[in-house]
Design a protein around this ligand. Structure first.
Ligand SMILES: [Zn+2]
Length: 257
């Protein structure tokens, strides 16, 4: 990893008495070392005053979801891990998860890991949101899915409604739309609608449509791969849970029935 001296510093505030940081602390990458400079404590905490290549090695061994939690711990780690130059750390961490598909181009590593491993609803933060619809690259609780899926066919923008393939769609239903049918993700529809409304001539409009079709095709392709991996991952995780709770023999017997 290339290490350059940076002049950027950030200030963090202590939120918890057990935090290793002083009340007002600045962090900077200085001569290739991640260093905390404390207004109160003269000597940086030894854990973080270590060469970046060692930090890289340590963080690369952390499971992706733990790395994400680490990045959320405080501003220093967030600043370091969310920096684009830290992408190899995330990549190495993801490499530990068996058969995890490569990070799709339209997502950052933290976004991808959040979607795959974090069970919080991306709208209301409900902690047991199990439903990921990979076609829409989103995880929500049942209530939020109900509000965020739509059968809007954009008939104001397209005679006869939007054509297949312009936006991602999934055969689904909600508590509001109880008959399973092709639904779209409301943020996608609204974003596409704004793009079309902002098109000042037909050439720009056609380019906007072509771009949407290309993006949809790529995202659908990646979604199929991720969906297949996720089903296997969730099944494996369920089996581990069942064996820990009920024992290997009982679990194997139940599965074989
Ligand atoms: Zn929710």
């Amino acid at each position: 990893m290339s290490c350059t001296t940076m002049t950027t510093t950030i200030t963090i505030s202590q939120r918890h008495p057990s935090s290793p940081f002083s009340r007002r602390t600045t962090a900077a990458v200085d001569a290739g070392r991640l260093v905390l400079k404390s207004a109160v404590r003269k000597t940086p905490p030894p854990l973080l005053d270590i060469p970046l290549d060692i930090v890289f090695e340590i963080f690369s061994l952390v499971q992706p979801i733990d790395l994400l939690q680490l990045a959320r711990t405080n501003k220093t780690l967030r600043w370091y891990l969310m920096n684009r130059s830290s992408a190899p750390i995330w990549a190495a961490s993801c490499h530990q998860v068996e058969d995890l598909p490569a990070c799709p181009k339209h997502l950052s590593y933290p976004q991808y890991i959040n979607l795959a491993f974090d069970h919080h609803c991306q709208t209301c933060l409900e902690p047991q949101a199990k439903d990921v619809i990979w076609t829409f690259w989103a995880r929500h609780c049942k209530n939020c899915w109900k509000n965020i899926l739509t059968d809007d066919e954009m008939r104001d923008e397209f005679d006869g409604g939007i054509a297949k393939g312009m936006l991602p769609e999934a055969f689904h239903h909600t508590d509001v739309i109880d008959t399973p049918r092709m639904l779209r993700y409301r943020p996608n529809v609204e974003k596409f609608r704004i793009s079309l409304n902002n098109a000042t001539d037909d050439e720009i409009r056609q380019a906007c449509i072509a771009n949407a079709q290309e993006q949809t095709m790529t995202m659908n392709h990646d979604a199929t791969i991720c969906q297949k991996w996720y089903q296997g991952f969730e099944w494996t995780r369920f089996l581990q849970f069942a064996k820990e709770r009920y024992g290997k023999k009982e679990t194997d017997t139940a599965i074989s029935r």
